[in-house]
Design a protein around this ligand. Structure first.
Ligand code: NDP
Length: 444
């Protein structure tokens, strides 16, 4: 049995009931097969892959909090510190009822390569809780965030582990967590990113993941003789990534015709009205039915269906495994020529393979959505300097980073004879830097 297959088997055996983690490891290791085979003896001797797939450490803790009726609830908190070879752990905190250890591990594992691809000195980590912020009052959110941070603050710090937002963790939650960290640890430091502008946040962080997705997509299309100008784009999600992806796509001359949330989706033949979408989702925190009610050109449908709308470019920006083989077939049949992942692992492996086999340009999330974490690292730099850069400065650096990421993965794919396979390119380019640092630091 090959070394790659042996490690995949071990991961499945040692981490039962963690299908998303198995999927992420399989996807990464499969595409690294050619690199691993070229160095198999040495990697095996050094147990390099085993060290890569086992987190340096992981924490699981109780998070008790009291609701507005005096009822006590108990959620589970997680922080997985996966790999610190190239810098302090960095990765978001997900608050969603679906969160479990396997999901946090899949995200933390992906984060190692994503962070490496940015070219910035950040290691991989991820955390969160099965707490559901939906329908909670501000006071309940604060109670949860304070309790969560009371435990988490023991393990993080500006030079060790710097969490950020993710699904369910936006500026409000980061603010409550930052306040509690400062109160307990007595330190005013850049321990979290995604902070508000009045207390150490970075301009352009809110926009960064969505904008970055479009900067990379734009570069990928240009290098393949295509353009966003005049293209029809389907976006899923209606959260942070989806909103700013839609905004930038429109600025680049595309027409975005869809968005979705966990209950339904919108087809707006005149193009999504971003100002209205922001009002509904960022201000009112309401359902998409409110968007449809305010916009005559929009149709609202219950359930899932964004990928049934004919488009040139598809940008899945909601959650993992939201674009499956059937969706991929529909996209191809409708003439879609590019898919770029705003969310983490939104495309199933079968769907990814189908898209690639049918010559659809495919940018994987670990490269395409790296703009968020890259700008988080820029926030860390500003906090260390105790300076704030302008929006244009941050946005300019973000654009450079995304263009560089695309060329790094394009080059890596070419070097290994897999031209155009950006999944392999991203994994290889991210892996090479991490492995180099791990080798230099010895067996730790
Ligand atoms: P948000 O919480 O702001 O938005 C998530 C969106 O996806 C919402 O519209 C939500 O609907 C929808 N959604 C969530 N879960 C499901 C589900 N199970 N089925 C259908 N729809 C769902 O999160 P973000 O925009 O920040 O994150 C989206 C994705 O991007 C995630 O995969 C995240 O890990 C990834 N990402 C985010 C980064 C960031 O900077 N924010 C950086 C890199 C990656 P509803 O409103 O109903 O909950």
């Amino acid at each position: 049995m090959s070394y790659v297959d042996q490690v995949i088997e071990e991961v499945i055996a040692k981490n039962p009931a963690e299908p998303e983690f198995h999927q992420a490891v399989r996807e990464v290791l499969e595409s690294l097969r050619v690199v691993v085979e070229a160095n198999e003896e040495q990697f095996k001797k050094d147990a390099l892959l085993e060290r890569l797939v086992n987190p340096e450490r992981q924490f699981k803790f109780r998070v008790p909090w009291v609701d507005d009726n005096g009822q006590v609830h108990v959620n589970t908190g997680y922080r997985v510190q996966f790999n610190s070879a190239i810098g302090p752990y960095k990765g978001g905190l997900r608050l969603h009822p679906s969160v479990n250890l396997g999901i946090i591990k899949f995200l933390g594992f992906e984060q190692i390569f994503k962070n490496s691809l940015t070219g910035l000195p950040i290691g991989g980590g991820k955390g969160g809780s099965d707490f559901d912020p939906k329908g909670k009052s501000d006071r309940e959110i604060m109670a949860f965030c304070q309790s969560f941070m009371t435990e988490l603050c023991k393990y993080i710090g500006a030079d060790t582990d710097v969490p950020a937002g993710d699904i369910g963790t936006g500026a409000r939650e980061i603010g409550y967590m930052f306040g509690q960290y400062k109160r307990i640890r007595g330190l005013y430091e850049g321990v979290l990113t995604g902070k508000g502008l009045s207390y150490g946040g970075s301009l352009a962080r809110t926009e960064a993941t969505g904008y970055g997705l479009l900067y990379l997509t734009d570069e990928m299309l240009k290098c393949n003789g295509k353009s966003l100008e005049g293209a029809t784009v389907a976006v899923s999600g209606a959260g942070n990534v989806a909103i700013y992806a839609t905004e930038k796509a429109q600025q680049l001359g595309a027409k975005v015709v869809t968005c979705s949330d966990s209950t339904g989706w919108i087809y707006d033949k005149d193009g999504i009205d971003v100002a209205l979408l922001k009002e509904v989702k960022e201000v009112k925190r309401a359902r998409l039915t409110e968007y449809a009610a305010a916009r005559p050109s929009a149709e609202y449908h219950e359930g899932k269906g964004v990928w049934s709308i004919p488009c040139d470019v598809a940008l899945p920006c909601a959650t993992q495994n939201e674009l499956d083989l059937e969706d991929a077939k529909t996209l191809v049949a409708n003439g879609c020529f590019a898919v770029a992942e705003g969310a983490n692992m939104p495309t199933t492996m079968e769907a990814t393979e189908y898209l690639q086999e049918n010559n659809v340009l495919f940018a994987p999330g670990k490269a395409a959505n790296a703009g968020g974490v890259a700008t988080s690292a820029l926030e860390m730099s500003q906090n260390s300097e105790r300076l704030s850069w302008t929006f244009e400065e941050v946005d300019g650096k973000l654009k450079n980073i995304m263009v560089n990421i695309f060329h790094n993965l394009d080059d890596a794919a070419k070097r290994y004879g897999m031209e155009g396979n950006y999944v392999a390119g991203a994994n290889i380019a991210g892996f090479e830097k991490v492995v180099d640092a791990m080798n230099a630091q010895g067996i730790v």
